[in-house]
Write a protein that binds this ligand. Structure first.
Ligand SMILES: C[S@@+](CC[C@H](N)C(=O)[O-])C[C@H]1O[C@@H](n2cnc3c(N)ncnc32)[C@H](O)[C@@H]1O
Length: 283
């Protein structure tokens, strides 16, 4: 009879072999993808890649016994909490769907203030409505307004208005790319550059829509530094003198401080992430 210890060892070995095969397949399917991140992460890339191919653990959000639980990466919970929303504030979640982080913002407001949940995709807004209906108590829902705008327009139409803005920007989502042969084959370096331009204009819009002393949290699930610290670097130049970077906030175990924010990567943060976030205050 095979002992339990031997079975566990065999399973771990199988997993290792499977991951090695996956890494080799990725290299074959799109060598440019592999090289682009090898240049950024050096010796760490292979370990990080293996961690990205495994499933992480989830935090369970359950607001009451008669509602469905919603499962979210603890790094996403961290991002929403970093915005430090307080009851009574005017809050905007610019790119909200499907709404995991919105649940945390709604809970922090405790039904007092206002919460605008916006997304450009009608289809993803359907999912957001379902998430709110299934998981959020009525008492927290009454202050929510759902909108379907291009978020790059908020800076023009809602100037100096919000106390808090979460910009969870569309990004390269490399972890999803890795799990989809179609997206992996289609990936090019220029995609990350194009997304960085879009993220910059969304962040400029967020900054313009904030009141003085208001706070914006910018986040992505990108590995590419072009979409993370580089976007913050550009906005600090573009809106020179009107922003300060906040760095003194508690971070999760295994998270890494960067020049302007925090990067949570699964190889060092017990499977959490990938998530980047930076916190800026309008002055
Ligand atoms: C990373 S996802 C947001 C995830 C969401 N915050 C959550 O926690 O569930 C990015 C979202 O941005 C939306 N989006 C992309 N471009 C946009 C734009 N210009 N204006 C508004 N939403 C946009 C996408 O439809 C997508 O739902």
């Amino acid at each position: 009879m095979v002992s339990y210890g031997v079975m566990v060892a065999q399973q771990s070995l199988n997993l290792l072999v499977l991951v090695r095969i996956q890494v080799a397949q990725i290299l074959m399917m799109n060598p440019d993808f592999y090289k682009f991140y090898l240049e950024q992460y050096g010796d760490r890339w292979e370990t990080l890649l293996k961690a990205l191919l495994q499933e992480g653990e989830f935090s369970k959000l359950k607001f009451s016994s008669d509602l469905e639980a919603y499962y979210l990466d603890p790094a996403s919970v961290f991002v929403a909490e970093t915005l430090e929303v307080k009851p009574g504030q005017q809050v905007l979640d610019m790119c909200a769907a499907p709404g995991g982080k919105s649940l945390i913002l709604a809970k922090a407001l405790q039904g007092n203030g206002s919460l605008q949940l916006n997304d450009r995709s009608k289809e993803r807004l359907h999912r957001l409505r379902r998430v709110l209906d299934n998981s959020l108590p009525k008492s927290l829902k009454s202050i929510i307004q759902i909108t379907n705008f291009d978020a790059s327009r908020f800076g023009l139409h809602r100037k100096n208005f919000f106390d808090r803005i979460l910009l969870d920007a569309p990004c390269s989502s490399e972890q999803h790319v890795l799990k989809s042969p179609k997206h992996l084959k289609e990936w090019t370096k220029s995609r990350s550059k194009r997304l960085a331009v879009e993220q910059g204009s969304l962040l400029a819009s967020a900054v313009d829509a904030l009141q003085v002393k208001g706070i914006v949290v910018y986040s992505t699930c990108a590995l590419s530094s072009l979409e993370n610290d580089a976007v913050i670097h550009k906005i600090l130049k573009k809106r020179k003198g009107s922003l300060r970077v906040i760095l003194d906030f508690p971070i999760l175990e295994g998270a890494e401080r960067t020049e302007y924010g925090v990067h949570i990567l699964p190889d060092r943060a017990k499977g959490m992430g990938p998530i980047y976030c930076a916190k800026l205050q309008k002055i």
